[in-house]
Ligand binder design. Structure first.
Ligand code: NAD
Length: 459
């Protein structure tokens, strides 16, 4: 069996590569099993040193890596470059902080007994990954997993496999032994094989549907499961903002960067009625500056939609909204190929009966809804099955903090959106995820704790 990799911007076949099967994966598993026995004896400091070389190699090879990524996934070359550089930056938290967090800690002295906590690796973990930001979402998992001493079975998405192969090459070039990182190449059927193997943890990035399926399928193993899933992230523009023009520019970037194919893209906008007209005017001006085109062309902001079948899904959301009374302010159509392109689309007069305001869009479509006050905005923002991120734009920080405290989302932003930091946990709520990655929370998920009770003398 082989996997055919197509360029979504040209529909040309880039490469055909063999996929894994039960036999090849069993062989890799045996190798991982041996590898982790030695690897867990290495010091955290040594693993950090190797990982910092990996970060250097990302920077050094950024042009080539960005080219491979743009070719197979369709994002603008400039954004691909930004992603590779961003991944090297995001690793910094783990390079700087892991040693301190993973040390054995004395936590209590109870009479003659000293009490400690230590952190041991889980063993061999699966990292089943998505295609939209393969570097940024991959490093959330395999970086802390390796630093904490685990072996990793990394399954890149079938839509970003060449990037997975590049990642493997650079990890080995940095100095990680080949026995502790193995690729599982292929689509869902290869992921399924991983689910049936006796692995020590499953860490998944992708859709709610697949994530829920995986969690259910591996539940009886009683091993840790981490899920980074989709979102329907809201943004609220209050009637007190210092520059509506800047807010509109920020909202357009949040909604359309990476063609909206981001788990934390802005997917719904609510605007206070006092500033609605001015906001919409500025928003549409910004949208008119977006330029769809081939990922390597100068000046383009929107590349290709990565998966052909998603074009029909996007069209369906628009049809549904228009049939229920929405107004089309910009875009609205698939662009004739070759390549899978879609017009940046803005809908107004939307409401929560429409799919575009309820279901994850994962594409360049945004709905904008007018609200009369903060209470209405808050209620609509929380009216969702998802809970990844939510943004409030206002120059009144106290007002924002009150709203943010009530938002049921794992990440809340004031006057910004669509951003991720290595220092704070990335932890979707409801259908957006389970557990956390990034920050010290996202380090500890790859460990099992051991409690030590040392009594010095028997009385
Ligand atoms: P997907 O669920 O289709 O696939 C994700 C991965 O799961 C792929 O590697 C795929 O081959 C594998 N897979 C599919 N079926 C499987 C099965 N039955 N068993 C085992 N593995 C299986 O998702 P996608 O299209 O790659 O990614 C898009 C989704 O990911 C969006 O919903 C997006 O919001 C979400 N996402 C979330 C985050 C986050 O940090 N929360 C980040 C990126 C993407």
């Amino acid at each position: 069996m082989s996997l055919k990799i197509y360029n979504p911007a040209t529909e040309e076949l880039i490469k055909e590569i063999p996929v894994d099967n039960s036999e090849t994966l069993a062989h890799k598993y045996e190798s991982l099993k041996k590898g982790v026995q030695e690897f867990k004896k290495t010091s955290v400091r040594d693993r950090i040193l190797i990982m910092s070389k990996f970060a250097d190699l990302l920077r050094k090879n950024k042009d080539h890596l960005a080219r491979v990524l743009s070719d197979e996934m369709g994002k603008p070359y400039k954004e691909a470059l930004g992603e590779v550089k961003g991944a090297a930056e995001k690793i910094q938290f783990f390079l700087q902080e892991s040693e301190a967090y993973l040390q054995k800690k004395k936590v209590n002295h109870d009479g003659g007994t000293e009490e400690f906590i230590s952190y041991e690796p889980l063993g061999i973990v699966a990292n089943i990954s998505a295609w939209n930001y393969p570097y940024l979402v991959g490093v959330n998992i395999f970086v802390p997993a390796l630093i904490s001493g685990n072996g990793v079975f990394y399954k890149p998405s079938e839509y970003s496999t060449l990037t997975g192969i590049e990642i493997e090459k650079l990890l080995f070039e940095a100095g990680f032994p080949p026995e502790i990182f193995k690729l599982a190449i292929g689509g869902p059927e290869v992921g399924e094989i991983l689910l049936s193997m006796p692995l020590d943890g499953y860490f998944f990035t992708g859709s709610y549907k697949t994530g829920q399926y995986i969690a259910t399928k591996v539940a009886s193993k009683l091993v840790p499961v981490g899920l980074e899933l989709g979102g329907k992230d809201p943004l609220y523009v209050t009637n007190r903002v210092s520059s509506i023009k800047n807010v509109a520019a920020s909202a357009v970037s949040g909604a359309f960067y990476n063609n909206g194919q981001s788990c934390c893209s802005v997917e719904r906008i609510y605007v206070h009625e006092d500033v609605y007209d001015e906001f919409l005017d500025n928003f549409l001006k910004e949208v008119s500056k977006l330029k769809v085109g081939q990922p390597f062309d100068d000046g383009i902001t929107q590349g290709a939609i990565s998966r052909k079948e998603h074009l029909a899904y996007l069209e369906n959301q628009i049809e549904d909204a228009l049939s229920k009374g929405a107004k089309l302010e910009a875009g609205g159509k698939t662009i004739t190929g070759p390549g899978f392109f879609f017009e940046p689309t803005v809908l107004t007069d939307v409401n929560h009966q429409m799919k575009v305001m309820k279901d994850e869009t994962f594409g360049p479509i945004i709905g904008i809804q007018k609200v009369s006050n903060d209470a209405e905005a808050l209620s609509l923002m929380n009216d969702t099955d998802y809970g990844l991120t939510a943004s409030v734009f206002t120059s009144d920080k106290a007002r924002a903090e009150n709203l943010m405290a009530e938002l049921d989302a794992g990440t809340c932003y004031l006057n910004c959106c669509d951003r991720v930091s290595g220092y704070t946990p990335w932890a979707g709520r409801k259908n957006s995820g389970l557990g956390a990655t990034l920050s010290f929370h996202g380090l500890y998920v790859f460990t099992k704790t051991k409690a030590w009770h040392f009594r010095q003398n028997m009385q």
